[in-house]
Design a binder for this molecule. Structure first.
Ligand code: SF4
Ligand code: SF4
Length: 356
C-alpha cells in the first residue's frame, strides 16, 4: 500500500530500498499501536529490575506508546545493522587473564554512525514525501521499546535472552527506528523461534534472566560493569569473572548465532580497534596510563563507562583472574583514577583475593 500523506506517495518497498542503500541490513514497518508487550514495562519497573537506571522510570509514560512521543505517529520504521565480526566468541576464551569486552563496543560508537544514517534517511523522507511529514529517529537512547516494535515489524523476535533475533542473520545487530506519521503498510510480525531452548537462561553466570524474556538488570553483568556508577556489590564480584565491559554470554550460546548463516559485517567501522582485539590482556589494559585509556575509549561506545569505571571493572576482573603476580601491578600504579576511592576499594578487594 502507498503512503499518501504529504505531496508524493511512498511505498514500503521504496523506503526499504533507500534504507539498504544507506547501510541498514534490515528494515520493517510496525503499526504505531498499543501492542500488548508494551504493557509489561510498568511491572518490570515495579519489580525494581531497572536498578539505578532512573531515567527509565522518568520516561516510562512515553515508553508505553510511541504516540506519546509523536502524537501523529502511524508507524515505526524498524531498522537493524549487523555489527558482528569474525572474531571468536567470549565463551571460546579459556584464559581468565584476558578481558571480555562486549562485541558491540569493539568498533566505532554505533550511536554516532547509525544516527548519521538515520538523519540521512529522515532527510530523504522529508525530500521524498514532501510537506506534512513528521518523524523522530532514535538509536538505542530514545524513549522507545524498540525490540517490541522490531518484532511487530517482522525483522526478528525477542528471544528468551531479551535480544532481537533474526532467523537469517542472528542477534548481533544494532536496532534503531523512525517513528513517523506515514500510513505505510505494516509487515507481518516475526514469530518466536526459541522453542524449548533454554541455553541462554542456563548459561547466564548471575541468573539475571529470571524468566524467559525477563531480565533483572541489577544482576546482569552489562548493568554492573556499565550502568552502575558506584561500587559493584561485593557478593556479585566473583561472578564478574573477566568481564571488563558488558557481557555477551547469552548471545554467544544462542544457536541462532552459531549457524553458518550468522552474519558478519564487512564494515571496518565495527571491527575491533587495536586495543580491544585479541582479546586484550587485563593487566596490559590496567598498566596503561589514564590518558592512554582515554585515547582508547575515544570514539567508542565504551566512553559510557569512562576510564574510572573501566578501572573499577578491570580491578575486579584481575582479582578474579587467579594471576597472583598481578597483585603487585595493581598496587604500584599511581594513575589518578587508580587513586580514586571507588577504584582503590576494588583494588584492595582484588589484591586480597589474589593473595588468598
Ligand atoms: S548479558 Fe551476561 S549477565 Fe546479562 S543476562 Fe546475558 S549472560 Fe546474563
Ligand atoms: S539461547 Fe535459545 S532460548 Fe535463548 S534466545 Fe537463543 S534460541 Fe532463544
Amino acid at each position: 500500500m502507498d503512503a499518501t500523506y504529504g505531496v508524493r506517495a511512498l511505498t514500503s518497498a521504496e523506503l526499504k530500498e533507500q534504507a539498504a542503500l544507506l547501510g541498514f541490513d534490515l528494515c520493517g514497518i510496525a503499526p504505531a499501536a498499543d501492542h500488548a508487550e508494551l504493557r509489561f514495562l510498568e511491572e518490570w519497573l515495579a519489580r525494581g529490575y531497572a536498578g539505578e537506571m532512573h531515567y527509565l522510570h522518568r520516561s516510562a509514560e512515553r515508553r508505553r506508546d510511541v504516540r506519546a512521543v509523536l502524537p501523529s505517529a502511524q508507524c515505526v520504521i524498524a531498522l537493524a545493522t549487523i555489527y558482528n565480526s569474525d572474531r571468536p566468541y567470549s565463551t571460546d576464551n579459556v584464559d581468565p587473564t584476558r578481558a571480555a569486552i562486549a562485541r558491540y563496543a569493539w568498533g566505532t560508537d554505533y550511536h554516532t554512525v547509525i544516527q548519521e544514517r538515520l538523519d540521512r534517511l529522515l532527510a530523504w523522507l522529508h525530500e521524498r514525501v514532501g510537506g506534512g511529514f513528521e518523524g523522530r529517529a532514535y538509536v538505542d537512547t530514545g524513549p522507545v521499546q524498540e525490540r517490541v516494535y522490531a518484532q511487530h515489524a517482522g525483522i526478528g523476535w525477542v528471544g528468551k535472552n531479551t535480544c532481537l533475533i533474526n532467523a537469517d542473520i542472528g542477534s548481533w545487530i544494532f536496532l534503531s527506528e523512525i517513528i513517523c506519521n506515514l500510513p505505510l503498510q505494516p509487515d507481518p510480525p516475526a514469530l518466536d523461534q526459541c522453542g524449548a531452548c533454554t541455553l541462554c537462561l542456563d548459561s547466564c553466570p548471575t541468573g539475571a534472566l529470571v524468566e524467559p524474556r525477563v531480565l533483572d538488570s541489577t544482576k546482569c553483568l552489562s548493568y554492573l560493569t556499565i550502568e552502575l556508577k558506584g561500587a559493584i556489590p561485593v557478593e556479585q564480584r566473583d561472578a564478574v569473572g573477566e568481564h571488563a565491559y558488558g557481557c555477551d554470554i547469552c548471545q554467544d550460546v544462542c544457536p541462532w548465532n552459531l549457524t553458518r548463516s550468522t552474519a558478519v559485517s564487512s564494515e571496518p567501522t565495527w571491527s575491533p580497534r587495536a586495543g580491544f582485539d585479541g582479546p586484550p590482556a587485563l593487566l596490559e589494559l590496567w598498566l596503561k596510563k589514564d590518558d592512554e585509556l582515554k585515547a582508547l575509549l575515544k570514539g567508542s561506545a565504551m566512553r559510557r563507562a569512562g576510564v574510572r569505571r573501566l578501572r573499577r571493572n578491570l580491578a575486579v576482573a584481575i582479582g578474579n583472574s587467579g594471576h597472583a603476580e598481578a597483585a603487585e601491578a595493581l598496587a604500584t600504579s599511581a594513575e589518578p583514577t587508580v587513586c580514586d576511592p571507588l577504584v582503590s576499594e576494588h583494588v584492595e578487594w582484588a589484591m586480597e583475593k589474589l593473595r588468598g
